[in-house]
Design a protein around this ligand. Structure first.
Ligand code: UTP
Length: 227
């Protein structure tokens, strides 16, 4: 059976913009799709994670301790999605990709957050996708695709329809992981997808129709990263 992993950014789950209503609509869209495929969702930490990381850093906490706080928030967000999914979700948030992989079955949605310090939930979604042999990763973000520069800052920024894994790699730069750092995708995740050739579909996570199309592997308005 087809398997799809969704990396649901924290900026989609808890931006503070009718979040309960969005999670309800997202869950209602997801449930019927579990009849024909196994769906896995990895939840990000968003602004609440960033708040703890910034405040903890100000107090002198080390990077691992900051990452741990970020991970706690991703798990809280995973709980929110599980609540929205009701009896279609489990009521515990697994702490490893192995345990989440074992929860995959038709009619249910397996939901997790972060795992260990040193990467982000995009990296977790790539590791999970490799583990379950996913057909694709849907990367649900607050922008509607990958742009040449930040479209919120530069008017001449252009959206890419398609990128290769190598181009994604080049965009990651040589940046090291730091708690709360944000890239197009996480460097560890980019390594994994390049090796396994699992396509990533970068879409606006709050656009429910676009999300459905991405999960189904149909035409999207966002960016496809593949071969
Ligand atoms: P996110 O995955 O939300 O990272 O985890 P992010 O890059 O800030 O969010 P997006 O991609 O822009 O939505 C929040 C923080 O939690 C820690 C990291 O510090 C990360 O920045 N984290 C998360 C880990 O250390 N390990 C994990 O497995 C997940």
């Amino acid at each position: 059976m087809e398997k799809v992993v969704i990396s649901l950014g924290g900026s989609i789950i808890i931006p503070g913009d009718r979040d309960g209503e969005f999670l309800h609509r997202f869950a209602s869209m997801l449930i019927p799709l579990t009849e024909d495929r196994e769906i896995f969702v990895v939840c990000g930490g968003g602004r609440i994670a960033r708040y703890y990381i910034i405040t903890g850093r100000e107090l002198g906490a080390g990077e691992d301790a900051l990452d741990e706080m970020g991970i706690e928030v991703t798990r809280l967000n995973a709980r929110l999605l599980q609540i929205a999914l009701g009896d279609r979700a489990y009521d515990d948030v697994p702490r490893t990709v192995e345990k989440t992989a074992a929860q995959g079955r038709r009619g249910r949605v397996a939901v997790m957050g972060g795992t260990t310090p040193g990467h982000t939930t995009d990296g977790v979604s790539a590791a999970l996708a490799e583990k379950v042999g996913a057909s694709r990763i849907v990367n649900a973000t607050s922008v509607d695709g990958v742009y040449s520069s930040d479209p919120r800052k530069f008017a001449d920024s252009v959206k890419y329809e398609r990128l290769t894994f190598e181009e994604l790699d080049a965009m990651m730069g040589k940046g090291k992981h730091g708690a709360g750092n944000s890239h197009v995708f996480d460097p560890l995740g980019a390594e994994i997808v390049k090796r396994c050739r699992i396509p990533i579909l970068v879409v606006d996570g709050r656009d429910i129709d676009e999300m459905r199309n991405a999960i189904l592997g149909q035409r999207i308005k966002g960016t496809i990263i593949d071969g």
